[in-house]
Design a protein around this ligand. Structure first.
Ligand SMILES: Nc1nc2c(ncn2[C@@H]2O[C@H](COP(=O)(O)OP(=O)(O)OP(=O)(O)O)[C@@H](O)[C@H]2O)c(=O)[nH]1
Ligand SMILES: [Mg+2]
Length: 246
């Protein structure tokens, strides 16, 4: 795998570097287009984390010049994102943008997400589809779950309008925390809680999301209910448990 970009500017000041991480599981049909779309909107480095795909995801990402980390088997979305954070940490990046490999996240929002980190206003910026209420709003069952998770999150002090959004930007302080401690599946709500418990500040900007056009969703209607219970239990247990013992 290629090393991270050399850092530094003509004036000698260290350049701020941003890495876009794209977790991908069986996204062969979408991944090359997603990478091209990111490149159309920013010049940041890109790493695709191929989570043990059975299709050509890794080869197609590599064919268009992206760096690819490969899990030897499918470990789940949480582990895929955590591998991206670990890579960013070990290679000295300042900021990470996390976006999905199925094309649901419009990379035109990347500059806006990163600019909030650059101004030091927040440690994590979440792209929320429910602030503008335009575009893909998810299925009815999942929206209901999202409302319940928002309420539970508010009660324990991590208010967010879109607790399952996977479209985030994080500074090094935040991704260092999550590189060490990250939930497995349906991870976003719990990850926000872990970061907040470690002192990270979170904010949101409105984004318009698209519907998945290819591949398969990780979350069927049946699993939505299961994950909801799991995440709520994890949040409540996390809330009564000192962070240091996590
Ligand atoms: N399905 C699934 N996706 C994974 C896994 N590991 C990484 N991913 C990637 O994680 C991202 C989010 O998964 P999605 O299934 O799209 O989840 P989602 O966006 O909440 O659900 P949809 O709105 O139905 O697409 C995608 O880019 C996946 O390719 C995994 O084990 N299963
Ligand atoms: Mg998706």
């Amino acid at each position: 795998m290629a090393a991270a970009r050399p850092r530094g500017t003509a004036t000698g000041a260290p350049a701020v570097t941003t890495l876009v991480i794209i977790p991908a599981f069986n996204e062969a049909e979408a991944i090359a287009h997603v990478i091209g779309d990111v490149r159309n909107h920013c010049a940041h480095d890109i790493v695709v984390i191929d989570d043990g795909s059975a299709d050509d995801t890794a080869a197609r990402a590599a064919a268009v010049g992206a760096r690819v980390l490969r899990h030897p088997c499918n470990l789940g979305i949480g582990a895929a994102v955590q591998s991206g954070y670990l890579y960013a940490l070990r290679n000295g990046y300042d900021f990470v943008v996390r976006q999905d490999g199925d094309g649901q996240h419009d990379p035109s929002y990347i500059p806006a997400l990163v600019s909030i980190l650059e101004r030091g206003e927040s440690d994590i910026v979440v792209g929320s589809r429910f602030l503008a209420r335009e575009g893909f709003q998810s299925t009815l069952v999942r929206r209901l779950g999202i409302v319940i998770l928002s309420v539970v999150s508010s009660l324990i002090g991590t208010r967010t309008t879109d607790p399952t959004s996977g479209y985030w930007a994080l500074n090094r302080r935040a991704f260092a925390v999550l590189a060490t401690s990250h939930p497995d599946d349906y991870p976003e709500t719990e990850a926000l809680f872990i970061a907040a418990a470690a002192g990270c500040r979170t904010s949101e900007i409105p984004v318009v999301m698209r519907e998945r056009e290819t591949g398969r969703s990780s979350i069927g209607a049946l699993y939505s209910g299961f994950y909801m219970v799991k995440v709520i239990l994890a949040l409540l247990i996390g809330h009564v448990r000192p962070f240091g013992k996590r």
